[in-house]
Design a protein around this ligand. Sequence first.
Ligand code: FAD
Length: 292
Amino acid sequence: MRFEENVALARLTTIGTGGPARAFAQPQTLAELERALHRAAELGLGVATVGLGSNLLAGDEGVDRLVLHLGGELAEARVEGELLVAGGGATNAVCLHRARAAGLGGFEFACAIPGTAGGGVWMNAGAYGSDWGTILARALVVTTDGTGWLTPGELGLGYRRSRLQHGQVVARVEYRLQPRPPGEIRAEVAKLVALRKATQPTNRRTFGSVFKNPEGAVGAGRMLELCGLKGHRIGGAMVSPVHANFIENADCATTADCLALMAEARRRAHEAYGVELEHEVVFLGEIELPLL
Ligand SMILES: Cc1cc2nc3c(=O)[nH]c(=O)nc-3n(C[C@H](O)[C@H](O)[C@H](O)COP(=O)(O)OP(=O)(O)OC[C@H]3O[C@@H](n4cnc5c(N)ncnc54)[C@H](O)[C@@H]3O)c2cc1C
């Protein structure tokens, strides 16, 4: 497997920003993944895995790491009894399709989460009262030191977080699902997708929720809306006019534009509510938000 150079993260993220990765590889099998990690270690290169890049903001200057994108058998999914066994790079859309075809329910909540199995574990992604922690039986995690299965407890899944670190690659997951008629699954998914379309920007380049919901009654989106941020624009980045906890790439945005908008949003929320909003989107590369 070749390490490519000059692959732009903008091609790998849903927001469409980010400079080049120092090196890039797409392992197709577990053996290839293990070889890539060992080669990176020999070269003294840190590693980061990108799924669909749907919760990622990568530095405009690039990322000084080997960036991995799982393909081949590491992106496939199949049903075994009541387990859905998915490669770390399998998309949620493929997993939902396999589960529905086999008459297995429980994954419907993920129908509007445009990520992969591995990204879902890292983020403990969730919606409508369920998350990865609800359905995950275990995940196969590969590092240069070895390969092993971890339980949700060992992964430290909490609200939009896990204990995973870059260099730990989720190569496979097992979801425990329950029998449910495909017609019911289809109806539930249609209902959730319609709800999503009514409340969030679904046909724009975004990275999903910008900030985690703070403790208390007012969610981040409502708080930022009340701060007058809907439609606010810096450079090519704009706070969604539909939902204020989303940033859209409105016109050739850069990561710097997105960060400037996030800094302004945090400043206003802090001023109005005394709250320090914590970003949900993962930063990759040398980027950070200014202190409040
Ligand atoms: C329109 C839209 C709607 C969204 N709605 C929701 C929602 O309702 N709920 C929600 O929780 N999220 C939502 N998101 C955010 C995002 O889709 C989820 O967080 C998703 O799980 C991220 O998966 P990914 O594969 O895209 O991960 P990426 O964005 O590629 O990466 C996220 C993190 O996971 C790590 N990672 C990715 N793959 C692996 C792997 N195989 N092994 C180890 N680490 C890995 C990355 O290094 C990074 O740290 C939304 C995003 C968009 C654009």
